[in-house]
Design a protein around this ligand. Structure first.
Ligand SMILES: Nc1ncnc2c1ncn2[C@@H]1O[C@H](COP(=O)(O)OP(=O)(O)OP(=O)(O)O)[C@@H](O)[C@H]1O
Ligand SMILES: [Mg+2]
Length: 224
């Protein structure tokens, strides 16, 4: 399964979601490749420190993505592709190959309104591919006082994009995680609340990926 984290807007939490999702899938016992499609390569560096068992590849050019993503998808149970913050052609290539697109969006009315533009490429891909890839909005960096207003639900509905029930809240620990080469559940008791929300998001999004206790492995475990 090829999962793309896509929002052509920068700084919305794509890499944070991509690395945590890749780590979680790996720990559920799956083979996972993180395809870092951002020229800054920050998520592949972060993932290889936090979860060495996750294979990382850097794909930049749209042609390379179109050619190699399906092959990577056959080699691993899951490919998590981290998209760039601006390059439309890279996003287009990813969305033409993805089975599932997760669209992180900051939880403010302005950002939700800007989504129409940011998801233009997604709609084109779905149009070409008869509805594929399935896509979901994931609210990220949600403030303490935030409530999902009627307006926001409407904006998402107008785009015909479902909203994940679980949102990621604004927490310093997420911002600290890449510097420590870790995911939040490797960061001790400080990471407890973040761990709970991010893992419940993944259980919601990918219930079939969840492992039984016996097949679970630790982040630092090597692939057999
Ligand atoms: N839930 C959160 N709470 C607090 N900080 C966060 C959260 N999610 C992400 N951040 C921080 O916000 C910044 C942007 O996040 P991230 O790098 O994941 O976004 P991005 O969409 O990948 O950005 P880009 O488009 O530049 O690749 C980073 O410094 C990150 O550590
Ligand atoms: Mg990024």
């Amino acid at each position: 399964m090829i999962i793309v984290i896509a929002n052509s807007k920068g700084g919305v939490g794509k890499s944070t979601l991509a690395v945590h999702l890749a780590a979680w899938l790996f720990e559920q016992g799956h083979t996972v490749t993180l395809a870092d499609c951002d020229t800054q390569h920050s998520s592949s560096e972060w993932a290889s420190e936090a979860v060495p068992g996750v294979k990382t590849v850097q794909l930049a050019a749209p042609d390379e993505i179109l050619d190699r993503l399906p092959i990577l998808g056959q080699e691993a149970d899951y490919v998590v592709a981290d998209g760039p913050g601006s390059n439309t052609e890279t996003s287009r290539a990813l969305l033409l190959r993805a089975d599932l697109a997760l669209v992180p969006c900051k939880a403010s009315m302005l950002e939700v309104r800007a989504l129409a533009q940011a998801t233009n490429v997604l709609r084109q891909a779905q149009d070409i591919r008869g509805g594929q890839p399935r896509a979901l909005i994931v609210l990220s960096m949600v403030g303490k006082t935030y409530r999902l207003t009627h307006d926001m639900k409407e904006a998402a509905a107008a785009l015909e994009l479902p909203l994940a029930k679980t949102a990621l809240t604004l927490k310093q620990i997420y911002a600290d995680a890449p510097g420590q080469g870790a995911v939040v559940w490797q960061m001790g008791t400080r990471g407890r609340d973040a761990t709970e929300e991010v893992q419940s998001l993944f259980r919601e999004l990918l219930p079939e990926a969840r492992a039984s206790k016996s097949t679970r492995r630790s982040s630092k475990q090597a692939v057999a």
